[in-house]
Each structure stands twice: as C-alpha cells, then as structure tokens.
Write a protein that binds this ligand. Structure first.
Ligand code: SAH
Length: 352
C-alpha cells in the first residue's frame, strides 16, 4: 500500500480496510466500526464517526479521501414516483441515477462512468464521450444518497445508467463485492443486474467468477450488419461471439441472461428483425426486454408504434421466447439514459 497517496476510504472493501487499519497500527474492530459508519449508516463525514477517537478521525481526514456525492438536482415523476437524481462528483463531473419504485421494492439504476465511449447511436450518455470511470465509492454513494433521501431500503440495483460497466471492470468488481457484503448493505447478488453492450472477453471473465448476478446484454439487432449500424462496439465483436459469451455466462452461473432490445421505429422493428431474433434466441433459457426507444433530440430516431411493439412481443412469445415490454417509468421527466446530465452540461457550457 502506497501511503504517500491518499487512501480512498469508501472504495476499500472490508478486507482492504482491515489491512489499511493494521498498517496504520489500529485494531481490526476499528475497521469494522468505520465500515459500518460508511456502508450501513452512510454518514457524510468522518467527524460523524463518534466512536473513534478525535486523534484517529483527524488522522483519517488527513490521510484519506472520503467520497460523498452532492445532490444537484432531483426530478420526481408525477406518474409513478420515479426519481431522477443529478449528482456532483468531487472533481466537478456530474452523473445521474434513477430510483424506480416497484411493488417488490425500491430499485436504483446507477451510472458506472461519467459519460461513455461506446458510442451507441440512440444513447444520450455517449454524445460527449467518456469523462472518466467511477470509483467503487462513487458507484455505492449513488445508492446510499438515494436511500437516505427517501428513508427507505434499496432492495435492487441495476448498473444500467450512463457508462459501460465492463469498461470499468476492476472497480465494478469491488463495487459488487462491497454492495453484497454482509458488513455493508448486504444486497443479494440475485438482486443486482449488470448491463453491457457486449465486451466479449469481459463477459467471459465475469462468467468465470460464477457470481449470481444477472447479466443483461444490449442486443438491439438480430444481425451483425444492423447491430453495427446502431452500436459501434459491434465493429469489434461479432454478434455470434457475443451470443456465445452469453451462453457461456449461463453455463458457468446457471443464471438466465436478459437481452435488451430498444425498438427504433423502421430501423430494427420489422418482420425480418423479429424473425431473425426468434431464430437466434429459440430454445435459449433467456428473457428479452423490449424498450421502446426514448428519442433524444440529437438523433432522429423515433419510437416504434405501440401496435408494432405488441406484435413484436407476441411473435417472440409464440416462439417460446419470454418477452416483456419495459414499463416506461418516468416518461414525464428526462427519462432516457444520460439526458438529464447532458442537459445540465449543455446549460453549464452556455451559461444558462
Ligand atoms: N453500457 C451498458 C448500460 C447502458 S444503458 C449497456 O450498453 O448495456 C442500459 C440500456 O439502455 C442499454 O440497453 C442501452 O442500449 C439502452 N438505451 C440507452 N439509450 C436509450 C434510449 N434513448 N432509448 C432506449 N434505450 C436506450
């Protein structure tokens, strides 16, 4: 451990925190106390850790960074109570997170990066490229701040906000470990979903860890050619290889993969598209989530007609493929990935 650099206290998993405390000559139970202050009680400053000596608190303040996100804005949907948060990071970057309230509990959708470099054509998060990846603490904090804001337990987490989680792989793994740690929020791995645009080697690595998290794969097309038009990442990875990696994930973990398919009017919602999809997914133990595309002003993509969406879904079901249309939560607020952040950044730039 390099003690010349500040130690990122909230990004340290339990074992690393224990090791750090040992290194500065403190007992292990101190690590347990500090971990609880941060990851169970979600305090916003080291000074609030009142069972530590003043001296230790001062030492930690000097030697460590302590990540707390600043809530810059929140939009609350009048339709369904969905809340979209805009958070400020210590370096001035901004990210967004969403709270969705379901009958089965509260679900938070977090960002894994500020911006994104994957370039999917219909996505607002990628328009200004990648600013940087988030630390484990910054990923956790999104959940902690929202939990504190509503004063309720968060039971589900989806890593489906801005950014490509598998492009921030090491931090993602620490985040998963900490989120599901019995010393922390203790969220079950089964209540965590990680969504990827399909970074094949990373999917395989993740599969080998045999975690019980759900993998969601952003498919959006049933042919390599069409996928390339919508998702530049398809230039790097062939659709057949992406599908093989998903099969591998299932074989290693026993967890059924979710496929996401954003329906874009006239682009990927034709009969040929659904037939291709049926051929590709038939017989697989999977689930497909159809998302009517959320139009962004920078692109001229439109949503598929409702009837087209429904026919698409029925055709999949007829072929034995489990399909649902994603409920559009929070349509009355800047719903689509990265829209709120983008609007905030554009306003900051023009000084409005
Ligand atoms: N990088 C990850 C997480 C991104 S967002 C991934 O690609 O999976 C989660 C999902 O929302 C992805 O399937 C993404 O393609 C989709 N998405 C992004 N912008 C959208 C929009 N404007 N309308 C519909 N779906 C969108």
């Amino acid at each position: 451990m390099d003690l010349t650099k500040k130690f990122d206290l909230k990004s340290a998993d339990y074992d690393s925190l224990c090791a750090y405390m040992a290194q500065i000559g403190e007992k292990k139970f101190r690590a347990t106390q500090i971990y609880e202050w941060m990851h169970v009680r979600h305090v916003t400053s080291i000074d609030e850790m009142t069972n530590l000596s003043k001296k230790l608190r001062e030492q930690l303040k000097e030697q460590c960074t302590f990540t707390v996100l600043k809530q810059l804005d929140v939009q609350i949907s009048k339709q369904d109570g969905t809340r979209k948060y805009l958070f400020g990071l210590a370096d001035g970057n901004v990210i967004e997170s969403v709270l969705m309230r379901y009958k089965h509990g509260n679900s938070v959708c977090i960002s894994s990066q500020a911006g994104c470099r994957m370039g999917c054509r219909f996505c607002a998060s990628t328009l200004d490229g990648l600013a940087r990846s988030l630390t484990p603490a910054e990923m956790l904090e999104q959940i902690y701040r929202i939990g504190c804001d509503i004063g309720e337990r968060i039971s589900n987490v989806v890593v489906m906000g801005s950014g490509e989680p598998l492009d921030n792989y090491d931090n993602l793994l620490v985040f998963i470990r900490m989120l599901t740690d019995t010393h922390g929020l203790n969220i079950s791995q089964r209540n965590l979903t990680v969504s990827t645009c399909g970074l094949v080697p990373r999917i395989r690595e993740l599969a080998d860890l045999k975690l019980q998290i759900t993998l969601a794969l952003s498919l959006h097309a049933s042919s390599q050619e069409k996928r390339k038009e919508l998702m530049p990442v398809a230039n790097k990875y062939e659709l057949a290889d992406v599908m093989a990696a998903c099969d591998y994930y299932f074989s290693q973990t026993g967890r059924r993969v979710t496929f996401e398919y954003s329906l874009v009017g006239g682009v990927n919602d034709t009969d040929a598209d659904v037939e291709g999809l049926c051929r590709m997914l038939k017989g697989k133990n999977c689930h497909i989530n159809l998302i009517p595309v959320n139009p962004i002003k920078e692109r001229d993509y439109v949503q598929s007609e409702r009837a087209v969406v429904e026919a698409f879904r029925q055709k999949l079901e007829k072929n034995g493929i489990n399909a649902t249309v994603r409920r559009e939560m929070g349509r009355d607020i800047d719903g689509a990935c990265g829209q709120l952040r983008k609007r905030h950044m554009d306003a900051a730039q023009t000084g409005t």
